[in-house]
Design a protein around this ligand. Structure first.
Ligand code: FAD
Length: 383
């Protein structure tokens, strides 16, 4: 008889949400986490200068899913936070996504008025329009404006982020880049936009604080778990309980169909002896600089620390399988999806193995979608 009913690999939102659900159902859960801390990419830590930073890049919670927010509210207090981003275009900081204010800052008054009037005339009832729509418009003013936004906001930023020529970017991606038809300068329009008052790490501590949950940090689960002939083995013995895997699916199967590629980031933190470094939490640098954006964390944590602040610069890079390189963004195209499906076929043969999360499913998920996915998996398979 095994000591645990459920083994969960990974303590990010996917693994931790499921761990809590099983634990409340009186199942004994063991979580493996290869890092030295819980919370996956949501982990926050306090630096020597007192500033609380998001160690794996800035994370802003936003969702339209009430169920997800209700679930999270049980584990900590949240404060209302609407995210706003500016971008440095032609040396001027303008709201991103591009809106009427951005237009006014970058064009002279006569021109900006002309473009705004045309936008209102052509898209009378819309709150936003995609840049692809603008570029394909038959009106010369609108078309030129669309090309300006494409070139200055999207083109170089995307090339930096993905390191591929812009011609290879899927049209559907370009189609999702909006221009806001008005002055709404919020980065997200979701119904629930909040940040955890005491930070994500505290939230995870509460989420995982249950007598039925045991956590083993700094341990690669694959040192103890293996798959042989469609059976799961744990410490050399057949394991018939449930295994939830939230790590990289290709690693689980020893990359037998090849490596699933990702983009990674060099995250460079800098400390300054000043109250604030920049005028908003995130400034995008779409063009000249090698980094894509600078985040200043005091805007998220609301910490009143005089003469100390910390910023983060993000430099995109290729993901390589090595200890200090983190797979951040799945490069999802037909070829890689096909490779993923081959791995997934192996998973389907193992009745007690379940994949959940951004790495296991090879998808770009926001945190709310990961939680939603974990709750749905639990309800469908285990409730
Ligand atoms: C730079 C960046 C910014 C983002 N910003 C936002 C944002 O603003 N808002 C938002 O909603 N979403 C954001 N996201 C998405 C968000 O990070 C993810 O949705 C969420 O973290 C996914 O949770 P997860 O549990 O699937 O994965 P993770 O958080 O990555 O957790 C997986 C865990 O599994 C562990 N693990 C893997 N393999 C093993 C193994 N073999 N043994 C033991 N442990 C293992 C890993 O160490 C990790 O801790 C952002 C993502 C990135 C990359």
């Amino acid at each position: 008889m095994n000591k645990y009913d459920v083994i969960i690999v990974g303590s990010g939102f996917a693994g931790s949400t499921l761990a809590r659900k099983f634990a409340e159902d009186q199942k004994k859960v063991l979580i493996y986490e290869k890092r030295s801390h819980i919370a996956g990419n949501m982990y926050e830590e306090v630096l020597d200068n007192g500033v609380r930073v998001h160690k794996y890049g800035p994370h802003i919670f936003h969702t339209n899913n009430k169920k997800v927010f209700d679930f999270l509210k049980q584990y900590g207090e949240w404060y209302f936070y609407e995210h706003r981003v500016v971008g440095k275009i032609n040396n001027i900081l303008v709201p991103i996504p591009f809106n009427f204010r951005s237009l006014e800052l970058l064009y002279n008054q006569e021109e900006s008025q002309k473009i705004k009037d045309k936008l209102k005339e052509i898209y009378p009832d819309q709150k936003k329009v995609s840049i692809l729509d603008l570029i394909n418009n038959s009106d010369e003013t609108i078309k030129k404006f669309g090309e300006f936004v494409y070139k200055n906001v999207f083109e170089n930023y995307t090339a930096k982020q993905w390191n591929i020529p812009i011609s290879e970017i899927d049209k559907s991606v370009i189609n999702r880049v909006p221009v806001i038809l008005g002055y709404d300068d919020r980065y997200f329009q979701d119904q629930y936009q909040y940040m955890p008052k005491q930070g994500y790490t505290k939230l995870f501590e509460r989420l995982l604080d249950h007598e039925n949950i045991e956590i083993q940090l700094s341990t690669n689960a694959l040192d103890d778990l293996s798959i042989q002939e469609d059976q799961i083995y744990w410490k050399g013995e057949k394991f018939s309980g449930i295994v939830i895997y939230t790590g990289q699916i290709d690693e689980l199967f020893d990359y037998k169909f090849g490596v699933l590629p990702y983009r990674s980031l060099d995250l460079v933190f800098e400390n300054y002896d000043m109250n604030y470094y920049q005028s908003s939490s995130v400034v995008n640098y779409p063009n000249e600089e090698k980094f894509t954006r600078i985040t200043e964390f005091k805007y998220f944590s609301n910490q009143l620390i005089p003469k100390a602040t910390t910023i983060l610069k993000e430099y995109p890079k290729k993901y390589q399988i090595q200890e200090d390189c983190i797979p951040y963004y799945a490069i999802i195209d037909d070829e890689n999806r096909e490779k993923y499906n081959q791995y997934d076929e192996l998973v389907q043969k193992i009745p007690n193995l379940y994949m959940c999360g951004r790495l296991a499913e090879y998808k770009y998920y926001n945190m709310d979608t990961v939680i939603e996915r974990a709750l749905e998996l639990y309800e469908k398979e285990f409730q």
